[in-house]
Write a protein that binds this ligand. Structure first.
Ligand code: BJW
Ligand code: ZN
Length: 253
């Protein structure tokens, strides 16, 4: 770890443009469950195909909306952790930093990060399932309902369609502008820090490979070992909330 940390810090120090490619693991220490971790992952208790597809929403909108409202209220309640804060702090040391996140919780913005590209949307931007108009729906003030509780989606004032979460479900295209911007940033970066992602969901998971192809160094931050294919990949094993502050300290202080 120490050797990898030193090498990673050296790359960070020399970098002109860093892309942070983040996943659910970066928010784990804020108290938001990841998707695929065996014991705590959301989907160890819920079947994603039942909840994160347009077909699932059409089949049981109250179940899906209730689940997302529970998660939205949770995301609203928790705070950014030292991992998010270290990522935001990078902007003070590196000329260009681009955050490309798969997360829908907006915790990077709340930690102070400037340029955040959302590949899978935001749980805080509900819109109409039928006409796609943005909908203003206040977050529940009372304790959110237990996970799995059914809640009827509010209706759109324009077309009476149902509200849906502003996230990208399986089988839906990623927002084109975000995808193009992410692709370009990765092509142009010299370091990509892949933090807290299993890199199992496509097309987002292509980005670390693209970075390697284009000659960048990829640094993985994950408590689990990460399989690497290139000499230009470094793995820092540990939670983001510990590894990232350590990495910044080594590189810049
Ligand atoms: C820590 C930590 C700590 C823990 N510190 N780390 C090619 C091949 C095969 C399949 C496909 C393919 N291309 C497309 C597909 C289909 C599908 C797909 O990828 N399926 C896979 C399961 C194989 N992809 C899609 O359907 C995508 N759409 C698409 O391709 O459309 C094509 C199209 C084109 C034109 C028209 C129409 C269609 C859309 C994918 C959308 C994904 N959406 C979700 C749900 C979002 C809403 C919600 O929040 O509910 O996004 S799925 C879920 O997974 C969520 C996440 O953003 C995403 C990634 O997960 P992530 O972040 O990596 O989390 P985990 O849990 O997997 O990993 C956590 C990691 O953190 C672990 O490694 C831990 O060890 C680590 N960790 N504690 C640091 N403290
Ligand atoms: Zn509508």
């Amino acid at each position: 770890m120490l050797e990898s940390l030193q090498t990673a810090a050296r790359y960070l120090k020399q970098a002109e443009h860093i892309v942070i490619f983040s996943g659910a693991g970066v928010s784990a220490e804020s108290g938001i469950a990841t998707f695929r971790d065996a014991l705590t992952g959301l989907w160890s208790r819920f079947d994603p195909q039942r909840l994160a597809t347009p077909e699932a929403f059409q089949a049981d909108p109250e179940l899906v909306w209730g689940w997302y409202e529970w998660r939205r209220a949770q995301a609203d309640r928790v705070q950014p952790n030292p991992g998010h804060i270290a990522i935001a702090e990078l902007e003070r040391h590196v000329p260009r930093v681009t955050i490309v996140t798969q997360n829908v919780d907006n915790l990077h913005e709340r930690a102070g990060s400037g340029r955040v590209i959302h590949l899978h949307g935001s749980i805080h931007d509900p819109r109409c399932f039928s006409c796609a108009r943005p909908m203003q729906i206040p977050v529940a003030e009372t304790e959110p309902p237990a996970d799995g509780q059914r809640t009827p989606p509010p209706r759109c004032l324009n077309c009476n369609g149902m509200a849906r979460p502003g996230v990208v479900w399986f089988g839906e295209a990623l927002p084109e502008e975000a995808w193009q911007a992410a692709w370009q940033a990765v092509e142009e970066c010299d370091v990509l820090l892949s933090v807290g992602t299993s890199a199992a969901v496509y097309p987002a998971a292509q980005l670390p490979h693209l970075a390697i192809e284009k000659g960048a160094t990829v640094i993985h931050v994950n408590p689990q070992p990460v399989e690497t294919r290139s000499e230009r990949e470094i793995v820092l094993i540990g939670p983001a909330g510990k590894s990232l502050p350590l990495l910044l300290k080594k590189a810049f202080y």
